[in-house]
Design a protein around this ligand. Structure first.
Ligand code: FE2
Length: 134
């Protein structure tokens, strides 16, 4: 678990890169999310994250430590595909695109999240008959 002070320190370390990203697409706010088995209610959180959903703005994550995986819906032929992320990776899941996130075998990720507006990343769950969980 990262303390608020440690989170602030990590955000300060990447401040220039974050502001560069923010300027490109108009992100207004950002924070640091840290998930691991030490996170309170991690199982409940993962259950929520593992629902297929969309947002009205893109979901941008810059990974600073650990690993994670996004499962994203491509076009009709591609179906759902996996994007594995590790430290140094930045992903932007486009707005209104079915996706979900989960941890990988190391069960740990730290990532910067950027938002255009606070409500933009509210998850709208999608029941997609095409999606079959492995
Ligand atoms: Fe999402």
């Amino acid at each position: 678990m990262l303390s608020d002070e440690e989170k602030a320190q990590i955000l300060a370390t990447f401040d220039a890169e974050i502001r560069d990203l923010a300027a490109r697409r108009g992100y207004q706010i950002w924070d640091l999310i840290s998930l691991s088995d030490a996170t309170p209610n991690i199982e409940e959180l993962l259950k929520k994250f593992e629902q297929v959903h969309t947002h009205t703005e893109d979901e941008i994550r810059a990974i600073t430590a650990g690993k994670g995986i996004f499962i994203i819906k491509g076009d009709q032929d591609a179906g759902y595909f996996d994007v594995e992320l590790e430290a140094g990776d930045v992903i932007s899941v486009p707005e209104n695109t079915n996706h979900f996130f989960t941890l990988m075998d190391n069960r740990k990720i730290v990532a910067v999240r950027l938002f255009i507006e606070k409500d933009g990343w509210i998850a709208h769950n999608v029941e997609d008959p095409e999606f079959v969980k492995a």
